[in-house]
Design a protein around this ligand. Structure first.
Ligand SMILES: Cc1cc2nc3c(=O)[nH]c(=O)nc-3n(C[C@H](O)[C@H](O)[C@H](O)COP(=O)(O)OP(=O)(O)OC[C@H]3O[C@@H](n4cnc5c(N)ncnc54)[C@H](O)[C@@H]3O)c2cc1C
Length: 407
């Protein structure tokens, strides 16, 4: 089938939106994750082929080129409608689409596209964060399923998740990167205990997850047995791309999450719009934002070609720097007012929240230092960091804890 012209495609998507989307009544309920209204609308988006337009028709797409898929995304964004651009933005569905086995893929892909299942990432452990190849949660094969034992930590949204994307060790006799497998682990089962943790922002999305004899079907394995490291790289690339592109704005929901014009407004209110040093600081952080947008577009083009681009690391690192710098400038502009708290001081609340929440981007999804290592090695071609345990069978790597084998 030949691709439509851009004009014909835009006319089609806009006509579809005007029939199915009423911003005034639908935007509120559809912005709530997994609300019935959102799922009902997303089902229509998926059926129309707008959710993942670059995918083939048998997978809810239209086999369109990336540039046309972005036109659809922009048309949805113009009217505030959700659901488009998932072939670029939905880390869960892209990982499942690339690596899930046929039967499980047929079940999970529509559920993920319609936001009808909750998800979490079961990667980090008390002894494995930056070095994810060191995970010690184990998955032991027993017939047609695996039995999982171990502990994960910093697991965002585990309490509401139906599935966790799990990285677990399936072979202890090979070096650390080669004995890992990747699963969609059902979270609502007796062997999984989720304990909430409170974050620096006083929110509690984080959790510890204790896994004792939990069961996962062999059908839920993504990629090859012991090939989990490769699957993880795809998942991480999507995660870093998202974190490099976007970040939470002020908790108050104040408009302008982009930050730069909020800074100009604050400078005006503080009478410092004429201050050359402040003007330079605001110009610098605004330039970072613009450069990062361009760089992110380049990284996404790479990802669309199937490359898990190291440029994602550059974007994520840049966003971390932008968020910390914007928060610092907000605080400087408010001066002593930034010491205040409470709803009657919304400017200070926003500045303080943004200061604390900037760490989400500089730690989550791999720390700034780790992104620098990746850029050094994979973009700049500098020598690899020394890793003494890289080629040692994992069983021989020294560590304090080894999860128990299943009963
Ligand atoms: C907001 C948020 C959400 C998160 N959500 C999830 C989630 O949903 N699921 C999940 O699995 N994890 C999640 N994490 C965990 C996150 O991925 C880890 O915290 C992160 O990868 C760092 O691991 P760590 O905490 O074990 O620190 P460590 O790896 O112990 O690192 C400690 C310090 O040492 C530095 N360091 C470590 N190794 C190197 C090195 N080789 N070179 C230079 N410096 C190094 C690090 O940069 C860091 O400063 C989340 C974290 C945050 C902050």
């Amino acid at each position: 089938m030949t691709a439509p012209t851009n004009d014909a495609l835009l006319a089609e998507v806009r006509a579809w939106l005007s029939t199915h989307w009423d911003r005034a009544t639908m935007e509120g309920p559809c912005s709530v994750s997994r609300s019935p209204e959102r799922t009902a609308f997303l089902e229509k988006v998926v059926a129309a082929g707008w959710a993942v337009p670059t995918w083939p028709a048998e997978w809810h797409g239209r086999s369109l080129p990336v540039e046309q898929a972005r036109l659809i995304e922009r048309a949805f964004a113009e009217v505030g409608a959700p659901g488009a651009g998932q072939d670029r933005l939905n880390l869960w569905v892209n990982t499942a689409f690339t690596y899930a086995r046929p039967e499980f893929k047929a079940k999970i892909v529509p559920a993920l596209l319609t936001d009808s299942v909750g998800m979490c990432l079961l990667y980090s452990e008390p002894g494995a964060g930056s070095d994810l190849a060191a995970v010690r949660t184990r998955a032991d094969r027993q017939g047609d399923h695996f039995v999982v034992n171990g502990q994960k930590v910093w697991t965002s949204y585990a309490a509401t998740a139906d599935y966790g994307m799990l990285l677990a060790r399936t072979d202890w006799d090979v070096p650390k990167h080669r004995g890992l497998s990747f699963f969609f682990l059902p979270m609502k089962q007796p062997g999984i205990e989720v304990r909430p943790l409170r974050q620096i922002t006083d929110e509690a999305q984080f959790n510890e997850v204790f896994i004792t004899d939990a069961v996962v079907s062999a059908d839920n394995l993504l990629g090859e047995l012991n090939g989990g490291w490769k699957v993880l790289q795809t998942g991480l690339a999507y995660e870093r791309s998202l974190m490099g592109e976007d970040a939470r704005g002020p908790r108050s929901g104040a408009p302008n999450p982009e930050g730069d014009s909020a800074l100009i407004e604050l400078a005006r209110e503080a009478g410092r719009l004429g201050d050359p040093a402040m003007r330079q600081d605001i110009a610098r952080v605004t330039s970072y934002r613009v450069l990062n947008r361009l760089n992110t577009a380049r990284a996404k083009a790479d990802l669309a070609q199937g490359t898990s681009s190291s440029i994602m690391s550059l974007g994520k690192l840049a966003m971390s720097r932008i968020l910390h710098e914007e928060a610092r400038l907000r605080t400087a502009l408010l001066g002593a007012e930034s010491l205040l708290e409470g709803p009657e001081h919304p400017r200070a609340e926003d500045a303080n929240f943004l200061t604390l929440n900037a760490y989400f981007t500089s730690i989550g999804g791999g720390t700034d230092q780790i992104q620098r290592n990746i850029i050094a090695e994979r973009v700049l071609g500098l020598p690899k960091e020394i890793e003494v345990d890289r080629d040692v069978p994992f069983r021989q790597v020294r560590s304090g804890t080894v999860p128990r084998k299943p009963a």
